[in-house]
Design a protein around this ligand. Structure first.
Ligand SMILES: [Ca+2]
Ligand SMILES: [Ca+2]
Length: 477
């Protein structure tokens, strides 16, 4: 890691300031460390009770033990608490109604970290941070074009999509429902920018400004479970998902889709079977709510080591590039293709058999020679609605918006359009979710061909590309 950091600094000094893109150097692990080891939130626990233990009994148990109750869930017999001392934790664990108490792990956005990026916003190369605020037209992002441009009767109208994320900014190109949930205070305002970018790719309005999303007729629901740093926990995520499940049919239009551009790797001793997030995800699945999850940004991890994307109930989405990038240099063993073609697997994406589908989580990657920094990859983000502006940029909080975070919302938009067009029987149960998964898989573009191998796969990185080329998600025509 030390050499990684050193080289990162050297690269930073050598990169012309005009390049705002993230720089990835061959032979070095990508900047994925924050995905690797989940951190327990201080003094925070998720306490699971015997099935059927009433909410009131759970609250009383927490009170009597001396724990502070943060969330008491409706749909699973669990509470999220903070405990100030070991005695309180032991008292809870010794309660005969309690099955287990596990640490409340930190989850984060699945936006790829800045890594070795050395550029500053502003300047050329497509990396400008000045929002595009066209008054006479809007942009259709390349990512949306690759998935399928919306049309009349094919735009998600009447379908609610919950963005379980950092909140949603009051942006003129977004029109979320006034029904919302926040795990932090009373506002669902986006204090980070991630969810505003994600929201635009799902449902930015079809008008004359900013961009258009995959499903501009869909109704967004703001479910804020991550804070201004893009961090939350299993507990805040569970509380947000619990709100969705409880309120999905009480709001208009009903919530049918959940976008989760967040996650964490499994902790030591934790499995997909016993992870705290599983029961609420299963409950949504059994109610026919489609949960779309970003596969993660650790190419040396299997998606099965990442939650929630590894859970079999979710539709997990890996990342590709939307359009061709340029290629001016080659390493030993590289195929001399001449460019980085559209539908190439992103260098950062997590993969594995549990990935349902791929979609563009970045606009394109250039592989170019940057002087003494050598042959590097420049990743360009997806253009979308940007927090604190009335327009759209490729950036979230100053960093290029690339990562499986931006692939998942495209698929959430696809799901909204599938449901709107009644392409799968609306049985309101797990069969409906599996029907939608099957539709997505069957209608993928370039199935068994894409994602194309990243030029540096297995040459310089320890990629886990599984050989299953699930294809690129396509919206209904
Ligand atoms: Ca628009
Ligand atoms: Ca794959």
């Amino acid at each position: 890691m030390l050499s990684h950091c050193k080289l990162g600094v050297i690269a930073a000094l050598l990169i012309p300031m005009a390049f705002a893109q993230d720089v990835v150097q061959p032979g070095l692990a990508p900047g994925t460390s924050r995905d690797r080891v989940p951190t327990p939130a201080p003094n925070a626990y998720i306490v699971t009770f015997r099935t059927g233990t009433p909410k009131s009994a759970r609250a009383l148990a927490a009170l009597q033990s001396g724990a502070q109750l943060r969330f008491n869930l409706d749909n699973v017999a669990a509470v999220v608490v903070t405990v100030s001392n070991a005695a309180a934790l032991n008292a809870l664990r010794n309660n005969p109604a309690v099955l287990r108490a596990v640490p409340d792990y930190v989850v984060r956005t699945t936006e790829k970290p800045s890594g070795t990026s050395g550029g500053k916003p502003g300047g050329g190369g497509g990396g400008t941070s000045s929002p595009l605020t066209f008054n006479t037209r809007q942009i259709i992002p390349y990512e949306v074009q690759r998935i399928g441009i919306p049309g009349q009767g094919n735009d998600g109208t009447g379908i609610g999509v919950a963005v379980v994320d950092t909140g949603i900014d009051s942006h003129p190109d977004l029109a979320p429902s006034s029904s919302s949930f926040t795990a932090f205070g009373s506002s669902c305002q986006d204090d980070h920018g991630h969810a505003t970018h994600v929201s635009g790719l799902i449902a930015a309005l079809n008008n004359e400004i900013a961009i258009v999303g995959v499903a501009p007729g869909a109704k967004l629901y703001c479910v804020k479970v991550l804070d201004a740093t893009g961090s939350g926990t299993d507990g805040t995520t569970m509380a947000g998902l619990d709100w969705v499940l409880t309120n999905r049919n009480a709001v208009t239009p009903p919530i049918r889709v959940v976008n989760l551009s967040l996650g964490r790797s499994l902790a030591l001793g934790e499995t997909l079977e016993n992870t705290a997030l599983r029961p609420i995800i299963q409950a949504l699945y059994n109610a026919g709510v489609v949960v779309v999850a970003a596969a993660g940004n650790s190419p040396d991890l299997e998606v099965s080591q990442f939650v929630p994307a590894g859970l079999p109930e979710v539709i997990s989405v890996a990342s590709t590039v939307a359009i061709n990038g340029i290629r001016t240099c080659y390493l030993n063993g590289d195929p001399a293709l001449g460019w980085v073609p559209a539908d190439t697997a992103s260098g950062f994406t997590t993969d594995g058999p549990a990935v349902t589908i791929s979609a563009p989580g970045e606009e394109h990657t250039d592989i170019v020679n940057l002087g003494s920094a050598g042959c590097v990859g420049l990743q360009y983000g997806a253009i979308s609605t940007t927090r604190g502006t009335t327009g759209a940029t490729r950036k979230v909080a100053g960093a290029e918006a690339r990562g499986t975070s931006f692939a998942a919302p495209l698929v959430s938009g696809v799901v909204a359009r599938i449901i709107q067009k009644l392409l799968v029987p609306a049985t309101g149960d797990a069969a409906e979710v599996e029907g939608i998964r099957s539709w997505i898989t069957a209608n993928a573009s370039r199935k068994n061909e894409a994602p194309l191998d990243h030029p540096w796969a297995n040459v310089n990185y320890p990629y886990t590309y599984d050989g299953k080329r699930e294809g690129i998600a396509q919206a209904p025509k």
